[in-house]
Design a protein around this ligand. Structure first.
Ligand SMILES: [Zn+2]
Length: 237
């Protein structure tokens, strides 16, 4: 079966990855049973890449309200503290905030990472396109990042990855490494923004689930490799 063949490739690269269904069952279960959170009053925000292939990824959690889109190219939370504040104001009374975040990476049955076959396309293409483009540019010794208004998200993404250029391009899998670096950036930015706007959240708990979304072929479940699962008590932020 195709799903099984994909699972082999996914686990080869991300041994702890779970498919979409198992991810949602596991983490919604933990929120509900271990953290006493009423899922019916939980509003989700996402910080995922704009890529259309990520739309099914948000259906991991299609039983919850939302999502409020915080993210842009590469998954960085470009909507900033204004976006996070708006999200905070939209949460149901006596409800909970939940943020699902991270970069994404495609895989193919030929065991390629950073690529995928998109719906009705003959050839595999880059995935995440933004991160793989950034990687190409980081490999060029003459490249130096410059933030451009007409290409704000991509140029910003490249500028924040630039300080980690050496470790990325010299890694045995630069595609996986740049994706991990993107995760760390998204995670840091979200925690920083949450500290700045904590008083806007009139809730006790903010659930965070962050990691790497692994895209397979269209119609086959995506996978998720968790890097952070955390319940923030807003009073301790
Ligand atoms: Zn992308």
């Amino acid at each position: 079966m195709l799903q099984r063949r994909f699972e082999k490739v996914v686990l080869n690269n991300y041994p702890d990855a779970l498919d979409a269904r198992d991810t949602s069952i596991k983490y919604l279960g933990l929120l509900q049973n271990n953290h006493d959170i009423d899922i019916a009053k939980m509003l989700m925000a996402t910080s995922l890449c704009s890529d259309d292939i990520n739309i099914p990824s948000t259906s991991f959690f299609n039983v919850v309200l939302g999502p409020f889109f915080l993210g842009g190219l590469g998954g960085l939370p470009y909507s900033g503290i204004t976006g996070l504040t708006a999200f905070a104001h939209h949460i149901p009374d006596n409800g909970t905030a939940f943020i699902f975040y991270g970069p994404h990476i495609g895989v193919t049955l030929e065991n390629e990472v950073g690529k995928m076959y998109r719906p009705r396309q003959e050839n595999a293409g880059a995935c995440c396109g933004a991160l793989m483009l950034a990687l190409e540019r980081l490999k060029d010794d003459t490249y130096s990042p410059e933030i451009k208004t007409i290409d704000y998200q991509q140029s910003y993404l490249e500028s924040v990855l630039f300080p980690r250029r050496e470790e990325i391009v010299n890694d045995k899998s630069p595609q996986r490494k740049i994706t991990e670096c993107a995760f760390e950036l998204i995670d840091e930015m979200l925690h920083e923004y949450l500290r700045v706007v904590k008083s806007e959240f009139k809730v006790d708990k903010i659930g965070l689930l962050g990691g790497i979304v692994i895209n397979t072929d269209f119609g086959i479940d995506d996978y998720f490799s968790v890097r952070n699962f955390e319940i923030i008590r807003t009073r301790y932020l």
